[in-house]
Design a protein around this ligand. Sequence first.
Ligand code: UD1
Ligand code: UDP
Length: 378
Amino acid sequence: MTVFGTRPEVIKMGPVVAEIEKYPDILQSIIVSTGQHRQMLDQVLKIFNLRPHYDLDIMRSSQSLAQIVNRSLHGLETVIAREKPDLLLVQGDTSTVFAAALAAFYARVPVGHVEAGLRTGDRTRPFPEEINRRLAGVLADLHFAPTLRSVQNLMAEGYSRHNIFLTGNTVIDSLIEVTKREFDLADAGINLVPGKKTILVTVHRRESLGEPMRNICQAIKAVALKYSDSVQVVLPVHKNPAVRQVVREVLAGTGNISLIEPLDYEPFIHLMKASYLILTDSGGVQEEAPSLGKPVLVLREKTERPEAVEAGAVKLVGVSEYAIFQQTSDLLDNKDNYRAMIKPINPYGDGLASQRIVKVILRHFGFIDKKPEEFAVK
Ligand code: UD1
Ligand code: UDP
């Protein structure tokens, strides 16, 4: 049973489900959506051709964390009791992930945690994801760690090496699949002004809601005004009403800033490819952009994805208006500093993560007897 609830979970679990479904004689795939997201989830289900067997449809406007967990736990208890899965898979660090892992644990169903072991080491950043991911780790039997760093984090917390599998991140499996196909941005209603540099922005973190998000938006506005002749900013606005309110208040009406609806995955990736620079607080975008050779300024104080920062392709700039304005201006003005950040690197995966995860699952059920080292990331 695979469970997901939000946009990034579908993008990263989609290729795992597709791989599971390659073994219909020995694995039965049951797909459950909590529906923590609605429109943003449905958008990405299409591209992965996923049709959940169960949709708990829990989303409410401006839902609280306790409401997400409460409704998910309640719905999942019933679904798990009916289907009696032999293994339940979750992906990442959302409240759906924590609730599903807990529901499985209560029903004595083993849990596999995809994208295990990422840590900032700060309980409140990202909030509540750092704790969601740690709790999912405590509840999990199989830990699918994307990088060596995440393996080490889990080992440092005392998890047995035998239950940790270095797989790479499935986000790269999806990215490779989508970038294979040509895509015309105009078909998604995006008409970039030729000759202008495009800055792509996404923001949504709960710990930034309020003042930090206002600072981020003010910095973006200042950049847009300073470089009004040479830069265009495109910001697909997250559906969270608390995000929308600030973004609209500060940025609406600035000529070279386009506030657009969240994009389907395929146009979004192609917009990343067409961009000069990306400013984001997203986890997934931090992983995708380095593979596309696009510099990223991370609008957060801490990241659980230090690999690309250490490689020099991503910079952590925080949430102060001045720092964001300065760093963005620097990458627009200083060609050498910009070039130094263009390093097409793949610290997060090689496109084979889903295959590795499913091999571990086949081995877990006794269908293959290879040692995990034989199919781990080399
Ligand atoms: C959630 C995850 C976060 C992840 C993000 C991906 C938690 C606590 N947070 O944050 O880790 O990075 O998803 O985007 O699990 N809304 C809609 N339509 C949608 C989606 C959201 O209207 O399709 C609105 C609703 O009013 C909802 C609000 O956005 O109440 C917040 O959604 P929620 O899932 O609670 O949190 P996110 O900020 O999206
Ligand atoms: N994404 C998308 N459309 C958008 C913005 C982002 O498809 O308009 C994709 C992006 O490519 C990445 C994922 O959504 O794979 C990231 O989701 P988000 O930033 O909402 O969540 P996070 O990764 O921070 O949990």
